[in-house]
Design a protein around this ligand. Structure first.
Ligand SMILES: C[S@@+](CC[C@H](N)C(=O)[O-])C[C@H]1O[C@@H](n2cnc3c(N)ncnc32)[C@H](O)[C@@H]1O
Length: 297
């Protein structure tokens, strides 16, 4: 692995159209929203959505005074901004391995359908730890390597990899499935404690999806979630951070109270419609999205 982890760059991909819209994933979408609604606090100050993409589930976070959408894809964020606008939302194009936020700036974070793109999980978890305040909630979804289908394929000798071993499996370049114990080890090593595990998406089969309405599938899923068996294709972890309390940054909506230079960690000032860090690096704002992927020349 090189020093800089590789990034799965969605750029201007057609993820929204090719994966979600009209693609028969209403059940997965409904179940994820339902789980988020159950796990999220009733109100909050500032939530960070890591790998927000085009904002598919961002409206589930409306109980927070401010929602910050972070993604490496400028285009996905521009689409999200067109949908949600600027009131209560901030859009940040940046690498999750190098977040441009002050420490303890958030009281909650979510990362749904994103960790499977990270080859260096501890590095990302440490970034999340740094930007969350003490007692923050962190809801993490991951694709489960030890799922029922993988276990059956393993027994039948179809899979080349073993679903019971802890190491991540990269089934397509920069697409990893994780063993539940591996993920738990990574988050607890960084200071998070587990409040709840919710195994989801049990009925993700074409046969079921064709035969049954989404609401029925979602009800069935809810019942299966109660088993707590971690052999479903997707798992949500409800985590809480415990770290020495630090004064959180100001509560104003001024982005300068929240953002910092991702390279030097220094505060930023406005300079000709861009942001300037102390060592002279300048960061662009493109159509209302703060762009921290590369400094301006
Ligand atoms: C499968 S999409 C999920 C989007 C959204 N969370 C959802 O569930 O609809 C994964 C997202 O992670 C983003 N991503 C991947 N690697 C990233 C990185 N290093 N930093 C920031 N975002 C990243 C991609 O740009 C993409 O939008």
């Amino acid at each position: 692995m090189s020093d800089r982890p590789r990034i799965c760059d969605y750029g201007d991909s057609t993820y929204r159209q090719d994966f979600w819209e009209g693609q028969g994933r209403g059940y997965e979408d409904a179940v994820e929203r339902q789980v988020l609604a159950n796990l999220l606090p009733r109100s909050g100050r500032r939530l960070l959505e890591i790998g927000a993409g085009f904002g598919r589930i961002t409206r589930e976070y409306r109980m927070f005074r401010q929602v910050v959408l972070l993604d490496y894809s400028l285009e996905q964020l521009q689409y999200a901004r067109g949908h949600y606008g600027d009131d209560g939302f901030l859009y940040v194009a940046a690498d999750a391995y190098q977040m441009p936020f002050q420490s303890s700036a958030f009281d909650a974070a979510t990362m749904i359908r994103v960790i499977h793109h990270f080859e260096n999980v501890p590095a990302v978890i440490n970034q999340i730890h740094a930007v969350l305040a003490d007692s923050s909630a962190f809801i993490l979804e991951f694709a489960n390597k030890r799922n029922l289908k993988a276990i059956l394929r393993h027994i039948l000798g179809i899979n080349k990899w073993n679903p019971f071993t802890l190491e991540p499996v990269e089934f397509v370049e920069l697409n990893f499935n994780f063993h539940p114990e591996y993920v738990l080890e990574q988050v607890t090593a960084s200071g998070f404690s587990l409040r709840r595990t919710v195994p989801v998406s049990w009925l993700r089969l074409g046969l079921f999806k064709r035969a049954l309405p989404t609401a029925v599938l979602a009800r069935g899923d809810r019942a299966l979630q109660q088993t707590g068996w971690t052999i479903s294709p997707s798992i949500f972890l409800d985590l809480q951070l415990s770290k020495p309390a630090a004064a959180p940054p100001g509560e104003s909506d001024d982005p300068l109270d929240l953002l910092r230079c991702p390279v030097t960690g220094s505060p930023l000032t406005w300079s000709d419609e861009a942001l300037l860090s102390r060592n002279g690096l300048r960061w662009a704002i493109r159509d209302g999205v703060f762009d921290f992927r590369k400094p301006l020349e």
